[in-house]
Every structure is written in C-alpha cells, then in structure tokens.
Design a protein around this ligand. Structure first.
Ligand SMILES: Nc1ncnc2c1ncn2[C@@H]1O[C@H](COP(=O)(O)OP(=O)(O)O)[C@@H](O)[C@H]1O
Ligand SMILES: [Mg+2]
Length: 198
C-alpha cells in the first residue's frame, strides 16, 4: 500500500476511535494533560505560549487555557489570509473577538496588531491525529503545521519548543515520513510525557 493511502487509513481509524470518547472522558484527559504540562520545567519558565482551540474530539485545551495567568501569554492560530495552508498566531486578550474559520474551527478575528511572530513563541502546543516512537506527527492531512514550522525545522527558530497533545491511543507504530514532515520534540498524553529530543 502506498504511504499516503496508509496514512489516510490511520487518520480514519484514530479519528473514529476518538469519536467514541464521551465528553467526560475527553475533559478528564484534557485535565490530566494540563497537569503534566504545568509540571514541566520548560513550561514554567516561558511566557509566550501558542496553543490551539480544540475542535471535535481533539485533546481539549480549555483547562490549559483557563489556568494560564500573567505573565504567561496565549496565542492561537488563524488560517493565514495570504499564504495558503499556513497559520498565523494571534495573541488572545479579553477583547478578542471570536469567529469560525472555513473548517468550523474557533479562531480570533484577524488583527495585525495582535500577530505574534514565530520567533517570539516559546512553546507551541499542537493538535495531532497520531504520533510514533520517534516523534513523527500525523495531522489531519492539510500540512498546516508542516508548512508553518518549516523554518523551525531548518533550525531557524531554536527558541521554540514543540509539544503535541493527544490521547494515549494516538501513539502509532512507525509512521511513513515525508521530507516536509516536521517532527515533535515532546508529546503529552494523559499517562505520559514523551521526550523525543536527543
Ligand atoms: N513545507 C511544505 N512545503 C510544501 N508543501 C508542503 C509542506 N508541508 C506539507 N506540504 C504538503 O501538504 C500536504 C499534507 O501534508 P501531510 O504531511 O500529509 O499532512 P499532515 O501533516 O497534516 O498530516 C502534503 O501533500 C504536502 O505536499
Ligand atoms: Mg505532515
């Protein structure tokens, strides 16, 4: 089977399994992941955090966002208005106006004065469909994070730590790797912090 077909099959399997979780199970997993994240020294040391507004049955980020307090700052992605299949990160404040993008995902209204350049982000929390034993990430298939993090992958943004968030069953056997795929440094699931650096 071709790598791309196999990936598509894996996406379907994991997403179906994720759909079977009750709201309570999702929220509990989100709270467990939030606790592990808070305990990370790297997390305690930074102030500028990029995250995602969880959509569907993705690992919920609401607990993490609620627990962020000054001096920590939160930025969330919006679909790039000019460059196709890329993300821009906007700082969230009390004045943020929310809207749905074309995928139905919650995002802050685009305001140029709220854009946080990638170079200023210290931690990025990423949603994932799957991850493997080397930290390879399987996304929804749009390649948004691969494109957004291409410069990071080339070593141009050494201050950014990438952390994928998911459920334990999202750990998969070795994923086929394409040249553009950007791996994760850490993955946090309810039962474990996976460290793929080194
Ligand atoms: N840095 C990049 N430059 C150009 N195209 C890219 C880049 N990253 C990803 N893509 C394209 O995006 C598509 C989806 O990427 P893929 O890795 O399969 O999805 P995902 O990472 O969402 O699971 C691929 O067909 C690939 O050609
Ligand atoms: Mg990819």
């Amino acid at each position: 089977m071709q790598a791309q077909q196999r990936q598509q099959q894996l996406r379907q399997q994991v997403r179906q399994q994720r759909q079977t979780l009750s709201l309570a199970q999702r929220e509990q997993a989100g709270a467990q992941v939030a606790e592990r994240l808070q305990a990370l020294a790297e997390f305690q040391q930074v102030t500028m955090i990029a995250s995602y507004a969880s959509f569907g049955a993705e690992l919920p980020t609401c607990t993490i966002h609620q627990q962020l307090a000054a001096p920590k700052r939160l930025a969330l992605p919006v679909l790039h208005p000019v460059v196709a299949h890329q993300l821009l990160f906007l700082e969230i404040t009390e004045a943020t106006v929310w809207q749905h993008n074309r995928y139905g995902i919650n995002e802050p209204e685009l305001r140029c004065d709220r854009v946080i350049p990638l170079a200023q982000l210290q931690i990025m929390l990423l949603p994932l469909v799957g991850f493997d034993r080397s930290g390879q990430r399987l996304g929804m298939g749009g390649g948004y994070y691969d494109r957004t993090l291409a410069a990071w992958h080339r070593g141009e943004l050494p201050n950014l730590l990438t952390i994928g968030l998911g459920y334990d069953f999202q750990q998969l056997e070795a994923l086929p790797q394409q040249p553009w795929d950007v791996p994760l440094q850490l993955v946090i699931t309810p039962s474990k912090v996976w460290d793929f650096r080194r």
